[in-house]
Design a protein around this ligand. Structure first.
Ligand code: NAG
Ligand code: NAG
Ligand code: NAG
Ligand code: NAG
Length: 456
C-alpha cells in the first residue's frame, strides 16, 4: 500500500518532469565539442549553452554565446546570451530555431527554421527584447518573410567530435553513389583525374558492402578531395529533392578541415554528376554547377560497376525488415515542410520518462529505508491513509525502451545485413563483368530500381 502511494507520487513527479522538458533541460547535445556543418568546424557545448563556435557580429557588435531556452519534441530554440543595439535604443537577441532529427547517438541533422536575416544573409532571427520572452517554441520557429523557411537541401548535421568512425553506420548512400567509378574533378579553371582514377563506393568490410564509405585511390589520381587526406569519406546523412537529385553530407575520416562536404548528386545512365560545397549544401545547389563557394568543384563520374548485393538463400526476417527507402525513419523525401523532421520527436519525452523513473526508484528506495528505520511504529496509521486514498489502479510507467517509435528502432538497430550478404559480383576494375546486369542497373530510371535491389 505504502509502495503504491509512492508510485502515485512518482507519477506526479514524472508528469512534472515532462513539463520541465520544454525548457531544454534534456538537450541531447552532450557537453564537449560537436562538429557543426553550418559553421563547418567544432562548436563547444556546456550544459545547453553553445559557448564557442556560433558567434557572429553585426555592425561591429558581437553575439558570442547562445543558450537553449525552450524546446519541444522536434525543435530546440537557442537564444543569444547578450543583446546588441540594432536600431537607436532598440536591443535585439539572436535566435536559432533548430528543427532536428535523430540519426545516431552521436549525430543529428537539423534545419534552421528562421528567415534569412538581411543584416548578415544567414538564417537567424533577430528579436527585440520586448518580444524575447515568449514561452512558445512557435514564436521563434515560424519563418515567413522573403525566401521563407529552408529548402529541403538546406539541412545541417551535428557530429560529436571524433566519432566519424561510428556515425556512418547504417547511414546508407543513395543508389547513384553505390558503385566503383572513374572520375574527373573540375575546380572552375582546371580539370584533374580521369580514366584510371578510382572512387570506390562499394567498400567491403567483413564480406559485406557497408554502403556508407568512399575510398579514393590517390595512387591513381593524387588530387585530395573534400579534405580526405587519407582518401576515405563517410556518409553522415542525405535527403532527396524531387526524387532525382540527392543531397549527401559526407565527413572525411580524418576529421580535418573542411570536415563536412555536401554533394548534390544526379545520375544519367552510367554517368553521375556531382557538385560539392564545403559544410552543408548551398540553398541553390544543383549537381551540374559549382556553388558560390570558391572551393566548390564539379565531379563527373563514370561507373566501372555498381555494387551488386545478393542475399543468401536462407534469407532471414532480419534482412527483410531492413528499412526500404520510402519507409526509412528520416522522412525527408516528402515535399511538405511539416513532415520534414518527424524523427527524434520523442527523444525529449523519453529522456524525461527515464529521468523520472530513476527519480521514482530513488524516492521509493529512500522512502522504504526511512520507513524501515523510523516509521515502523506508525505502520497502522499509514496503512489506514493509503487504504482510504487508494484510487483506481494506476499502471506502472512502461520501461523506457517500449516508448521508442518504430522508426527510431530502425535507426538505432545494429547492422543486420553483414551475415546474410555476399558480394555477388564485385570484380576488380577492368575485369569483364556480366554486362547486361551492370547495364540494366545503370540504364534503368532510378525510381524503378528499388524493385531490382537484391539486398532488401
Ligand atoms: C507567443 O507566441 C505565440 C505564437 O507565435 C503567439 O500566438 C502568442 O500571442 C505570443 N504570446 C505573447 C504573450 O506574446
Ligand atoms: C590504388 O591503385 C594502385 C595501382 O593500381 C593499387 O596498387 C592499389 O592497391 C590501390 N589502392 C587501393 C586502396 O585500392
Ligand atoms: C539516403 O538515401 C537512400 C536512398 O533514398 C536511403 O535509403 C537512405 O536511408 C538515406 N540515408 C539517410 C542517412 O538518410
Ligand atoms: C547561388 O547563390 C549564390 C549566393 O547565395 C550565388 O553566388 C550563386 O551564383 C548562385 N548559384 C546559382 C547556380 O544560381
Amino acid at each position: 500500500m505504502f509502495i503504491s502511494w509512492m508510485i502515485n507520487v512518482g507519477l506526479m513527479v514524472s508528469i512534472l518532469f515532462t513539463v520541465v522538458d520544454c525548457t531544454c533541460n534534456n538537450l541531447p547535445l552532450t557537453n564537449g565539442n560537436w562538429w557543426d556543418s553550418r559553421v563547418n568546424k567544432a562548436i563547444t557545448i556546456n550544459t545547453g549553452t553553445v559557448t564557442d563556435g556560433w558567434g557572429f557580429s553585426i555592425n561591429s557588435q558581437q553575439f558570442d554565446t547562445f543558450s537553449c531556452t525552450i524546446s519541444d519534441d522536434s525543435r530546440w530554440v537557442f537564444r543569444s546570451d547578450n543583446t546588441i543595439e540594432l536600431l537607436f535604443g532598440a536591443n535585439y537577441y539572436a535566435f536559432y530555431c533548430l528543427q532536428y532529427t535523430y540519426l545516431t547517438d552521436n549525430s543529428y541533422m537539423y534545419y534552421v527554421q528562421s528567415d534569412i536575416e538581411q543584416f548578415n544573409g544567414e538564417r537567424v532571427y533577430l528579436v527585440d527584447t520586448s518580444s524575447a520572452n515568449n514561452n512558445s517554441v512557435e514564436a521563434y520557429c515560424s519563418p515567413d518573410n522573403g525566401r521563407s523557411g529552408p529548402d529541403i537541401r538546406e539541412y545541417h548535421v551535428f557530429v560529436k567530435e571524433n566519432t566519424q568512425n561510428s556515425v556512418h553506420q547504417n547511414q546508407y548512400f543513395p543508389d547513384p553513389l553505390l558503385g566503383v567509378f572513374s572520375y574527373t574533378v573540375n575546380d572552375g579553371s582546371n580539370t584533374f583525374c580521369g580514366a584510371e582514377s578510382v572512387w570506390d563506393g562499394c567498400y567491403d568490410t567483413s564480406n559485406s558492402i557497408d554502403r556508407t564509405t568512399v575510398i579514393l585511390n590517390y595512387t591513381q589520381c593524387s588530387t585530395t578531395l573534400m579534405g580526405a587526406v587519407g582518401g576515405k569519406l563517410y556518409n553522415v546523412a542525405n535527403v532527396t529533392e524531387s526524387g532525382s537529385t540527392y543531397y549527401v553530407i559526407l565527413i572525411n575520416a580524418d576529421g580535418v578541415d573542411p570536415i563536412f562536404t555536401c554533394l548534390a548528386v544526379s545520375q544519367s545512365g552510367n554517368t553521375r554528376y556531382i557538385s560539392t560545397n564545403p559544410g552543408g549544401c548551398a540553398w541553390n545547389q544543383t549537381s551540374t554547377s559549382r556553388t558560390g563557394n570558391a572551393d566548390s568543384v564539379l565531379i563527373t563520374m563514370t561507373a566501372y560497376e555498381t555494387c551488386l548485393f545478393t542475399t543468401t538463400t536462407s534469407t532471414t526476417t532480419t534482412t527483410t525488415t531492413t528499412p526500404a527507402p520510402t519507409t526509412t525513419g528520416v522522412t525527408l523525401e516528402a515535399d511538405t515542410k511539416a513532415s520534414e523532421n518527424s524523427d527524434g520527436s520523442n527523444t525529449g519525452v523519453i529522456v524525461g520518462v527515464v529521468l523520472s523513473l530513476l527519480l521514482l526508484i530513488a524516492i521509493i528506495v529512500i522512502a522504504f529505508l526511512l520507513y524501515q528505520k523510523y516509521f515502523k511504529k506508525r505502520k497502522a496509521h499509514i496503512q489506514h491513509m493509503t487504504l482510504k486514498d487508494q484510487g483506481p489502479d494506476i499502471k506502472r510507467p512502461l520501461p523506457p525502451d517500449s516508448d521508442f517509435t518504430l522508426s527510431e528502432l530502425n535507426l538505432k538497430r545494429e547492422p543486420t545485413m553483414s551475415d546474410d550478404l555476399v558480394i555477388d559480383s564485385l570484380s576488380p576494375r577492368g575485369k569483364a563483368l556480366p554486362m547486361e546486369r551492370v547495364l540494366s542497373r545503370a540504364s534503368a530510371p532510378y525510381e524503378t530500381q528499388s524493385s531490382q535491389r537484391n539486398y532488401l
